[in-house]
Design a protein around this ligand. Structure first.
Ligand SMILES: [Zn+2]
Length: 294
């Protein structure tokens, strides 16, 4: 089994395209950051697979972020995938969790899908209501309502792997209708993928799984894209953040607490700055010419 890879595929002479994802090491590294209860682990893994699948459906440079927030026992879940295939994510919860039902876990809430890029014109934010028991249900509705794309998403996760399969019907303008010889292709692909079992998603590699589903079709499987775990926090970003607090406030915290300590929620890295570090932050920013004194 190829580890931590995403494969795009299409069925020749149809408007059906798709993606297969399997996360192993990257998923383990997300799990290592916190002791998640099993039901939340399941949803977090599904979100990890989902952001990879969703980011591969669009051409962009930057990151795609899926955030679920609500009033229930799980207050927040954030999962991020960059166009380079780097993922990170976390969830915050309170108390015992006994269900994987999204509405029961998050209560009254919503899913926000954002695309962050350097080019402001390419930025995007979409809101998905938490109507549906699973993340797949919610995301399918999102694709159908916001993107007007027929979509089927299967997501699953356990303590070892997170996996998913997405199929979409290409929008009219993106395929040459003369090439489409099979009008039933979408309906058939839906019926076939609906037979998929979680265990197959978790244990079969891309070739075996797609053969199992589409062995009567002419399937084209593209080269895999590697996915890895990578947190984007850094000493520099923390120092920039402290700089934006202003020297007076930063000095006050140092006087009060001796150290400024910041913990990255995504990867649990602890950053700590003492009085000398703080002096340096403000000095170096001035000498870099980046400082705004007002
Ligand atoms: Zn981090």
């Amino acid at each position: 089994m190829e580890k931590d890879t995403l494969h795009r595929f299409l069925i020749e002479n149809t408007q059906v395209r798709g993606e297969w994802i399997h996360l192993d090491k990257s998923w383990q590294e997300i799990l290592n950051c916190s002791d998640y209860p099993a039901p939340l682990r399941q949803v977090l893994g599904e979100a990890a697979a989902a952001v990879c699948l969703m980011s591969a459906t669009i051409k962009f440079e930057g990151s795609l972020i899926l955030q679920i927030s609500g009033s229930g026992p799980v207050s927040r879940l954030v999962m991020q995938a960059t166009s380079e295939g780097e993922i990170r994510g976390l969830a915050q919860w309170d108390g015992e969790l006994s269900t994987t039902n999204l509405q029961e876990l998050f209560g009254d809430g919503q899913i926000v899908i954002s695309i962050l890029t350097d080019r402001e014109s390419d930025r995007y934010q979409g809101i998905v209501s938490l109507e549906g028991q699973t993340l797949s249900d919610c995301l399918q509705t999102y694709f159908e309502q916001s993107e007007q794309l027929n979509t089927r998403i299967h997501l699953t996760a356990d303590h070892e792997s997170a996996a998913g399969l997405l199929i979409q019907s290409l929008p009219d303008q993106e395929y040459d209708k003369t090439d489409v010889v099979d009008d039933d292709s979408w309906d058939r692909a839906v019926i076939l993928t609906d037979t998929l079992k979680d265990e197959e998603l978790l244990t079969l590699d891309a070739n075996a799984l797609l053969y199992r589903l589409f062995n009567e079709d002419d399937l084209r499987l593209f080269d895999p894209k590697n996915i890895c775990y990578q947190c984007s926090c850094s000493q520099k970003k923390i120092e920039d953040m402290i700089h934006s607090l202003g020297k007076a406030e930063a000095s006050e915290i140092i006087l009060d607490q001796t150290l400024i300590e910041i913990n990255c929620d995504f990867c649990n890295t602890k950053y700590s700055l003492d009085a000398i570090d703080v002096e340096r932050v403000f000095d170096s920013q001035i000498s870099d010419g980046n400082s705004s004194l007002h």
